[in-house]
Design a protein around this ligand. Structure first.
Ligand code: 3H9
Length: 701
């Protein structure tokens, strides 16, 4: 028998513990082990009941995602589930930790379920572009009805025991500390009460309120159309839940299976699973493998502007005491007020209580004008104005006051961290922590490793990111690091298209249809056009005089139109509206700029817009990997997914390129390069990969 299922017999009850670390995924060994152990228990005259539980912290984390895309191996999970349900002796699922996806489906096939306090159940397959494929849609609907089933499956949320009990998904929330003991006690209770078997397929509670079930289906479809109509699996989930109401159980199962197979074959499934594994892989850098983090208890933040306040809130949320340093009392008052405002909003939304806010602001947070108050900080994050001289002046002060071994981090978006580090006596302690605005909300953190940064400083930065619940990506030093460097390039491509004939509104629409929540010009209006304007002015002196330069953005900014905050940018925001309307004045500026440059505007279809935008993004992403600014293509993918709104279901630009075919992307770049060879220089690495017939995925290994 496979070792992934450990069998113990106590008082006539066979206790099957699934033992497949780290998350007890339902790989072929577990499936076979469960099948065999059930068979054995059913045939043994000394056994009167069976308990299924998980060894370790987890009940079952779901189907083994690593098996997806490979030829399926018998026994399939659906068959194992049916076998559990068909068992002639009562089966109890004793849920010790998370029971997710296939894990919840296994539990639903048991005749009874008991949950420990720390148990969580959920069907999160939709996050992977999938749907429950081993009876989850049919059995959940039979127990809780279509409305609750749709809520559970479409939201992917993990449900706590009290709600599971209320929904009738579990029969008991147990106070036992061991799930095996809880399951055993329940099995003995079944025997005593002669409760017998109770196949879920025969349950009908959820099917009884037909009018509400039908209304729930309609509402779910409408909501899905409004929220994410381009996603494939949510609509299949709705169809499967509907089938649970309309079809006999076995037909419903077969229908669910056919929809599951369609989801499995979809490119969205591939993109989402790539995103799942990539976001775990980015946490493993050479430094985190080989060096231990330094002490990480107290943190200082220099600067109380938007970034400083957001970073402070992120740190306070993670439970750190934070000292904020500003140059004078007035700036302190402003910084403190900004942090206070973040929490006041959270109180208003009911996310935290007033009492919690008081603890955060009065006990965890303090502010000072004295750099010497940072003397005990383990990490100091500098978040002052984006200017090399200003930052260097701060670092000089930090060098004077910080204790030996303190980590000195700069929250810069573009500046040369090597230059900052070499300006002080302890460059090994300097690192970049590039937070994204709003820093207490955005998940991405670029950890920028400078030439002399010590490996244990990098490890500490990754530990800090974990404590802040951020997705951290290791980046090297260059102008813009991973994300902003790539953004700069594809934004330039968008500007070229705009000057050549595509309106910003058409570009935005094409990119929204591609899956972005907003187009690049909407983002610019939201972030504020003045930021990019300042950067362009900063770089003007060093710009290649032969490179094409589009003046449209400058012309708009010169009028003081910085986007939403000024009521107009690329769009017009009338009466304080946050939804912009196309602006004829902007169209006139674009036309005038085209005329000035002697450009005859031409048409761009949605497809052509996407083709150029993506070719630019992929080309520069490849350069970023070739230059070792990103460790692997997957690090680029995670950066653009978490910091730049790239549609998750496409997996990231590198995954997208693999799906399209690198030869096709290269051919596009070569075609565009005939118009502008300086901008469209095919990345050397891209050419090499095409010559080798290779993919970006091959570089992720
Ligand atoms: C499904 O069930 C389909 C069925 O309906 C139908 C089938 C017919 N498989 O996240 P962590 C790895 S679809 C393989 O850092 P945590 C993960 O890659 C599935 N591996 O831990 C990582 O590996 P590494 C539905 C898996 O404690 C390690 O485990 N289920 C799986 O923070 C630790 O992971 C889901 O969608 C898996 N299923 O969180 C649940 N899960 O160390 C997906 C994890 O090499 N999983 N790994 O980097 C999760 O949400 C979280 O991993 C979990 C643990 C909450 C379980």
């Amino acid at each position: 028998m496979p070792t992934e299922v450990i069998v113990n017999v106590e008082q006539g009850v066979s206790i099957l513990s699934i033992n497949n670390p780290p998350v007890n995924a339902l790989g072929v060994g577990v499936r076979q082990g469960l099948f065999d152990a059930l068979e054995q228990a059913e045939n043994s005259p000394d056994i009167h009941a069976i308990v299924i539980t998980g060894a370790g912290r987890t009940f079952i984390g779901g189907a083994d995602i690593r098996e997806f895309g490979k030829p399926p191996q018998e026994p399939l999970l659906g068959a194992v589930c049916n076998r559990i349900e068909a068992c002639k002796k009562p089966v109890v699922a004793a849920i010790n930790g998370v029971a997710l996806g296939g894990g919840m489906e296994v539990a639903l096939c048991a005749h009874y379920r008991v949950a420990l306090e720390q148990a969580r159940m959920g069907l999160p397959e939709v996050n992977l572009g999938l749907m429950p494929g081993a009876g989850g849609t049919q059995r959940t609907t039979r127990i809780v009805g279509a409305r609750a089933a749709l809520d559970l499956i479409l939201s992917a949320r993990q449900v706590k025991p009290d709600e599971l009990l209320k929904l009738g998904i579990v029969d008991q929330v147990s106070e036992y500390s061991s799930a095996a003991d809880a399951g055993l006690a329940f099995a003995l209770h079944i025997e005593q009460q002669k409760m017998g078997v109770r196949p879920t397929r025969e349950r009908t509670e959820g099917l009884s309120n037909d009018a509400d079930n039908r209304a729930a289906l309609l509402e779910a479809r409408t909501q899905q159309e409004q929220r994410a109509k381009h996603l494939f699996s949510p609509f299949r989930i709705i169809e499967a839940v509907e089938a649970a109401l309309d079809l006999p159980f076995d037909d419903g199962l077969a229908f669910e299976r056919s929809l599951f197979t369609q989801c499995m074959e979809s490119s969205q499934r591939k993109g989402l699973i790539h995103a799942f594994f990539s976001e775990r892989a980015v946490a493993k850098s050479p430094e985190t493998r080989n060096s231990k983090p330094r002490t990480l208890n107290s943190i200082g933040v220099v600067g109380g502007g938007t970034m400083g306040a957001g970073i402070t809130a992120a740190l306070l949320d993670a439970g750190f005491p934070v000292v904020m340093i500003e140059r004078d009392q007035e700036s302190i008052n402003r910084g403190k007020a900004s942090v206070d405002k973040i929490y006041a909003r959270q109180v208003a939304k009911g996310r935290i209580t007033d009492a919690q806010k008081t603890i955060l602001m009065d006990q965890q947070f303090s502010a000072s004008t004295q750099f010497s108050d940072l003397a005990q900080a383990d990490v100091i994050v500098e978040a002052v104005f984006e200017d090399m001289d200003v930052k260097k002046a701060v670092f000089e002060q930090l060098d004077a006051v910080a204790k030996p071994g303190a980590i000195l981090a700069t929250n810069t978006s573009y500046l040369d961290i090597d230059e900052i580090a070499s300006s002080i006596a302890r460059p090994a302690d300097v690192i970049g922590l590039h937070f994204f605005s709003p820093a207490n909300i955005m998940k991405l953190l670029e950890i920028v490793v400078a030439e002399k940064t010590s490996p244990d400083v990098v490890s500490t930065a990754f530990l800090l990111a974990k404590k802040l619940s951020k997705v951290a990506v290791r980046a090297g030093v260059c102008d813009g690091f991973i994300g902003n460097r790539i953004l700069g390039y594809y934004r330039q491509c968008a500007d070229y298209m705009m000057e050549d004939g595509a309106s910003p509104y058409a570009i935005d629409e094409a990119m929204r249809n591609f899956g972005y929540p907003m187009g690049p010009y909407q983002v610019s209006d939201l972030a504020g056009g003045d930021i990019g304007w300042a950067t362009r002015k900063r770089k003007a002196a060093t710009r290649d005089p032969n490179a094409r330069y589009v003046h449209i953005a400058d012309r708009i900014c010169e009028r003081g139109w910085f986007g939403q905050k000024t009521g107009r940018g690329y769009y017009l925001y009338e009466n304080g509206s946050r939804v912009g309307k196309p602006d004829p004045d902007v169209e006139a500026i674009i036309e005038a700029t085209r005329a000035e440059a002697g450009i005859q505007p031409r048409e761009f279809s949605d497809k052509q817009i996407v083709q150029r935008y993506m070719a630019a993004m992929i080309n520069e992403s490849t350069n970023v990997v070739a230059d070792k600014i990103a460790l692997r293509p997957l690090d680029v993918d995670v950066t653009l997914l978490y910091g730049y709104g790239f549609p998750r279901w496409r997996g990231g630009p590198m995954k997208y390129a693999d799906e399209i075919g690198l030869d096709i992307i290269l051919k596009d770049i070569q075609t565009f390069s005939k118009e502008d060879p300086l901008f469209w220089k095919p990345s050397r690495l891209l050419v090499e990969l095409v010559e080798r017939g290779d993919t970006f995925e091959s570089l992720n290994k």
